[in-house]
Ligand binder design. Structure first.
Ligand code: URA
Length: 445
């Protein structure tokens, strides 16, 4: 086989066989196929699409390009969740302890933030001592004994995806539904998930800007799940405006702690309850969404979800005195409100612009490997549809540098749009895609 022939086949809208896809992925991972050929191939896929069968073969080839965890000896069913990334998305911090408190053990390998979207590991590292670098043995031991782990990747999982994703990032080939679907699902399959709840974000702060694109991506991932023997449900959720109020690492941990205590912003609370309920149903811990919701609500109301979070933090070396008293978590030196310059109804609170402002304050990184400042970030006090009076606080900026604070003030004011007439609030969810309402659809851009 020659790489050039496989590029030409995709360029000419032909379907690749499983053997061809496996050969391509193996040889790219080993460095035999150079980056320029892999980039040309990725561009051909972006332009001409792939069939569901090709996408499933690509997913499985990438999943098996490195270690594949088998959790079946440790938990009866390994259920995972995955968000396609957003601003203020601290859902994992609340959902995982909640479902663990309902009897469903979860071991999650999360990532770091890159670009405007935050990462769970950066958030958890706001807690002094918390270790995100568990070995595979530590990960499995904690999953068995505590029933809850939140760590970074252990082992060499889906290295083909790591390499291809880095290449896509610099060759304009990220925005491809077949490539995003296979990237996400290969990592989940390699990390041992047998059932997965996908939180597919749509809107101004997401990869998928339209509901139709998000639905296509969701359908594709559900179809990969079916073809590869995993149960998958995808929720299409709004990412036009940030989720909850807090954007920035320790601010988000504080908001997650409040939510685990039954408080927290209403949209975030509701989002977590929906995701957790779907996980319980998928993991056979509830027979309906209604029953799952009741269990989720009691786990939070009775303090069991909070206790699980606390136990997990302690098991991973975190100092629980900081989460027992969240005001001790990293705190920025400068804290200032941004006042509304006019009265009116908010018609836009742009998630990506707010995420970018938080990154420039130091909450995120522009390059892999950069350090983040856990203390800085933004509180977003209003949602689309709110009536706001001139002078009321729209945002609160937490910063450690005066000039960055002033820059953020300007950027935040540019992120909002006003209307003189009432505006409807944005929905939290746009739909749920399950295998039952799956349609066979070849994916074209
Ligand atoms: N997240 C991933 O893991 N992969 C993609 O391709 C896009 C988002």
């Amino acid at each position: 086989m020659r790489a050039v022939d496989l590029i030409i086949k995709k360029r000419d809208h032909q379907e690749l066989s499983r053997e061809e896809i496996e050969w391509f992925v193996q040889n790219f991972t080993r460095g035999v196929i150079p980056d320029y050929q892999a980039a040309a191939w990725a561009m051909a896929v972006l332009l001409n699409g792939m069939t569901p069968r090709e996408i499933t073969d690509l997913t499985m080839a990438m999943a098996h390009s490195g270690d594949v965890l088998d959790l079946s000896q440790v938990v009866p069913i390994a259920v995972d969740k995955h968000s396609t990334g957003g601003v203020g998305d601290k859902t994992t911090l609340v959902v995982e302890p909640t479902v663990a408190a309902c009897g469903l053990a979860v071991g999650k390998m999360s990532g770091r933030g890159l670009g405007f979207s935050g990462g769970t590991l950066d958030k958890m590292e706001s807690i002094p001592g918390y270790r995100t670098d568990l070995t595979r043995e530590e990960f499995l031991h904690q999953l068995r004994t505590v029933g809850l782990v939140l760590s970074g990747q252990s082992g060499d999982l889906a290295p083909a995806d790591g390499k291809l994703y880095a290449l896509r990032d610099v060759t304009g080939t990220v925005q491809s539904i077949p490539l995003i679907a296979s990237s996400v699902m290969s990592k989940k399959i390699a990390s041992g998930a047998q059932a997965i709840v996908l939180d597919v974000k749509v809107g101004l702060g997401a990869f998928m800007q339209t509901i139709e694109e998000a639905r296509q991506l969701a359908r594709m991932m559900v179809s990969i799940g079916e073809l590869s023997g995993r149960r998958v449900v995808a929720l299409l959720s709004d990412m036009n405006q940030p989720l909850g109020q807090a954007v920035g690492n320790s601010l988000e941990v504080k908001e997650a702690i409040a939510t685990l205590h039954g408080d927290g912003p209403g949209d975030f609370r509701e989002h977590c309850r929906a995701v957790a309920s779907h996980m319980l149903v998928l993991g056979d811990r509830a027979s309906s969404i209604e029953e799952a919701r009741r269990r989720v609500e009691s786990a939070i109301d009775e303090g069991a979800a909070w206790e699980r979070f606390r136990t997990m933090v302690a098991s991973q070396g975190g100092d629980v005195s900081y989460i027992d008293e969240p005001s001790r978590l990293p705190q920025a030196r400068l804290v200032e409100d941004v006042a509304a310059p006019q009265s009116g109804y908010l018609s836009q609170v742009h998630a990506r612009l707010i995420g970018e402002a938080a990154v420039r304050l130091g909450a995120g990184r522009a390059q892999i490997g950069e350090a983040v400042d856990h203390s800085v970030g933004i509180l977003v006090h209003h949602k689309v549809g709110d009536r706001v009076e001139q002078g009321q606080a729209l945002f609160t900026i937490h910063a450690n540098d005066e000039s960055k604070l002033e820059a953020a003030r300007t950027e935040l004011l540019e992120s909002v749009r006003w209307s003189s007439t009432p505006v409807s609030p944005l929905p939290l969810f746009y739909g749920v895609v399950t295998a039952e309402n799956e349609e066979e659809l070849p994916v074209h851009p």
